[in-house]
Design a protein around this ligand. Structure first.
Ligand code: NOJ
Length: 543
C-alpha cells in the first residue's frame, strides 16, 4: 500500500478550534453514537457523555471523520430523547453542558468533528412553551406555537382531521379543556407550528447556541415534516404509513420546508470551519431528497432509498445510479447508510429473515458502501458486525412505537442494545453498572476487545477499509462509478485506480482478476485463471 500517499486533509490538525474547512463533508465517514448505548461513564447502566469522551480515541483509531450524537438534551425520554424539553440543556442522565463542551474540545483535539441532533418538528410536552400553551387555554396566542384545534363532531369529540401518528393511532390528543393538539409521533411530542415567527426565531437561536459551543454540524430530525399543508386537509385513507415513502402527504415533504433550510444555511455559512447540516428526510424519491441539498440549503440528506434496498445486484446498481444521478444537478454528495437507531441492523436485515444473522453478507454490504463516492454513515456496533437483538422481553422495551402497537417499527429497541467493549465484565465493558437493555451472551465474542488484532474480524475489516479510504486518492470522492460487464448477480465497478467486485449470488463466481487485492470481505483465491469470489463477498482491487 506504500504507493498511496496519506491524505493529510482528512484528519485535520489538533486544536481547540473547529477544524479547518476542506469540503470535508463531501466524502466524510460519519459515525453515529447513540449516547444511551455507547459507553457508560458513571456506572448507572445508561450511556453518557463522559463515556463517549473516554472512547473518542477508539473512534479516531477506527478512522472516521466525524461523530453524530443522537439527542442528549434535557428530556423526559418519552422517545429516547427525541422529545426535547430544553434545547440548550443536557439531560442529567447524560451529563452537563460542561461535559458537552469537553466532548467537543476533545474531539477537535483528536481531529474528529462533532455533529449534534436537532429536533425541530416537535418538542416534549414538558417543554416550557407547551406547558404554557396548556395553561393559557383555548384562544391564547401562546397556543399558536403548536397546532391546537377544536375537534369535529357535535361536541368536538372527534379529532380535527384523519392524520395517523407514525407511532400508530391518531396524531391528535385531546386536552382537558376540549381542544386537540397535533403530534405526528407520540402524544408527548407535540408538533411545532412552523408558520409562527417565534418558532422560527427560536430555532435560529438554538442553532447559534450550539454553533457557538463549537459543534461542526447538525442532523435535522424529521427535516421533511416541519411545514404542514394549509388547512391541515384530510388524507382520506387508512393505513397512512403505507403511503409514507410513496406519496407526498400533507404533513411530509411540503415545499415550504425549504425556506426554513435556506435561512439555516445562511447561519451555518456565517461560521468558520464549514459547519454542515444533514437532513433526515424520508421522501418518496431520491429526486425529492435532492431538493434538501440544493446549494443554498442543507449539505447532505440521508439516502434511505439505499438503506431500503435488498441484497440484489440489479436493485443495488439501480439505486446507486439513481442516487448519484439525483445529486449531480445540485452538486451535493450522495450519502450511503445501512443502519441506524430506527431500523433493523443490517447484519440481520440483509439476511432476508428477521431472525437470522448473516455477518458475511453484512461485511460485503459494508465494503460496497464504503467504496462508493460520497459520504457514508456508520451506526455504532455495525463495525462489530452486531446483529439485531430479536428476543428482548417486552418488559424491558422502551420504544414508544412498541407500546402503540400499530406503529410501523415497534422493534427499534433491538438495534439500541448497548455495545460490547470487552469479552468479560459487567455489561461487556459498557459500564460498571449493567446495561439498560440486556446484551446477548454471544456478544462477548463480538466485543471490541475480542475482535481487535484478529485480521478476520469485522472490526479489523472496517479499520482497514477506513484506512484505505484515506490513503487511496479519490476513493470516496467523485460523482459516478463506471460499471463493468459482469455476470448476473455480480457488480463490478471502477473508480480511478480502483475496482470493486461484489458477488450477491448465493454461489461462488469466477471472474478475471482485475488487479491486486487490496481488501476483501472474505478470503479469496486468485489463480492464473482468475479469482473465485465466494458468495456474498466484496473485494477491493488496486488497478
Ligand atoms: C426520527 C428519529 O430518528 C426517531 O428515533 C424518532 O423517534 C423520530 N424521528 C421522532 O423524533
Amino acid at each position: 500500500m506504500t504507493q498511496y500517499l496519506a491524505d493529510s486533509t482528512r484528519h485535520p490538525h489538533a486544536s481547540d478550534q473547529p477544524v479547518a474547512a476542506t469540503d470535508w463533508w463531501r466524502d466524510a465517514v460519519i459515525y453515529q453514537v447513540y449516547p444511551r448505548s455507547f459507553a457508560d461513564g458513571n456506572g448507572d447502566g445508561m450511556g453518557d457523555i463522559p463515556g463517549v469522551r473516554e472512547r473518542l480515541p477508539y473512534l479516531r483509531d477506527l478512522g472516521v471523520d466525524a461523530v453524530w450524537l443522537s439527542p442528549f438534551y434535557a428530556s423526559p425520554q418519552a422517545d429516547a430523547g427525541y422529545d426535547v424539553a430544553d434545547y440548550r440543556a443536557i439531560d442529567p442522565m447524560f451529563g452537563t453542558l460542561h461535559d458537552a463542551d469537553g466532548l467537543i474540545r476533545d474531539a477537535h483535539r483528536l481531529g474528529l468533528r462533532i455533529i449534534v441532533d436537532l429536533v425541530p418538528n416537535h418538542s416534549s410536552d414538558q417543554h416550557e412553551w407547551f406547558k404554557q400553551a396548556l395553561r393559557e387555554g383555548p384562544g391564547s396566542p401562546l397556543r399558536q406555537r403548536y397546532h391546537f384545534r377544536p375537534g369535529k363532531g357535535e361536541n368536538g369529540e372527534l379529532p380535527p382531521n384523519d392524520w395517523e401518528s407514525i407511532f400508530g393511532g391518531p396524531s391528535w390528543t385531546r386536552t382537558e379543556d376540549g381542544e386537540w393538539y397535533l403530534h405526528l409521533f407520540a402524544p408527548e411530542q407535540p408538533d411545532f407550528n412552523w408558520e409562527h415567527p417565534a418558532v422560527q426565531d427560536e430555532f435560529r437561536s438554538i442553532l447559534r447556541f450550539w454553533l457557538d459551543m463549537g459543534v461542526d454540524g447538525f442532523r435535522i430530525d424529521v427535516a421533511h415534516g416541519l411545514v404542514k399543508a394549509d388547512g391541515l386537509p384530510d388524507i382520506g385513507a387508512h393505513e397512512q404509513l403505507k403511503l409514507l415513502g410513496n406519496d407526498v402527504l400533507p404533513f411530509f415533504d411540503q415545499d415550504g420546508v425549504h425556506e426554513v433550510y435556506r435561512s439555516w444555511r445562511r447561519i451555518l455559512d456565517e461560521y468558520d470551519g464549514e459547519r454542515i447540516a444533514v437532513a433526515e428526510a424520508w421522501t418518496p424519491t431520491v429526486e425529492r431528497t435532492a431538493n434538501y441539498v440544493r446549494a443554498d440549503e442543507l449539505h447532505q440528506a440521508f439516502n434511505f432509498q439505499y438503506l431500503g434496498t435488498k441484497w440484489d445486484a440489479t436493485e443495488l446498481r439501480e439505486v446507486i445510479d439513481r442516487s448519484l444521478d439525483a445529486m449531480r444537478p445540485v452538486a451535493a454528495p450522495t450519502t450511503w447508510v445501512l443502519s441506524n437507531h430506527d431500523v433493523v441492523r443490517h447484519a440481520t436485515r440483509l439476511s432476508g429473515d428477521e431472525n437470522s444473522y448473516d455477518p458475511h453478507r453484512a461485511r460485503a454490504a459494508s465494503l460496497l458502501m464504503l467504496a462508493l463516492p460520497g459520504s457514508a454513515y456508520v451506526y455504532q456496533g455495525e463495525e462489530l458486525g452486531l446483529p439485531e437483538v430479536t428476543d428482548l422481553p417486552d418488559e424491558v422495551r422502551q420504544d414508544p412505537a412498541f407500546f402503540r402497537a400499530a406503529g410501523q417499527d415497534g422493534f427499534r429497541d433491538g438495534c439500541r442494545v448497548p455495545i460490547p467493549w470487552t469479552a468479560e465484565g459487567s455489561s461487556y465493558g459498557f459500564g460498571s453498572g449493567g446495561s439498560w437493555l440486556p446484551q446477548p451472551a454471544s456478544w462477548a465474542g463480538l466485543s471490541v476487545e475480542a475482535q481487535t488484532a484478529d485480521p478476520a474480524s469485522t472490526l479489523e475489516l472496517y479499520r482497514a477499509a477506513l484506512r484505505l479510504r484515506r490513503e487511496l486518492p479519490g476513493l470516496g470522492a467523485g460523482e459516478s462509478v463506471q460499471w463493468q460487464d459482469a455476470p448476473e448477480g455480480v457488480l463490478v465497478f471502477r473508480r480511478p485506480g480502483f475496482v470493486c467486485t461484489v458477488n450477491t449470488t448465493g454461489a461462488p463466481v469466477t471472474l478475471p482478476a482485475p488487479g491486486t487485492v487490496l481488501l476483501s470481505s472474505a478470503p479469496v483465491e486468485v489463480t492464473a485463471d482468475g479469482v473465485v469470489l465466494p458468495s456474498d463477498t466484496t473485494v477491493w482491487w488496486a488497478v
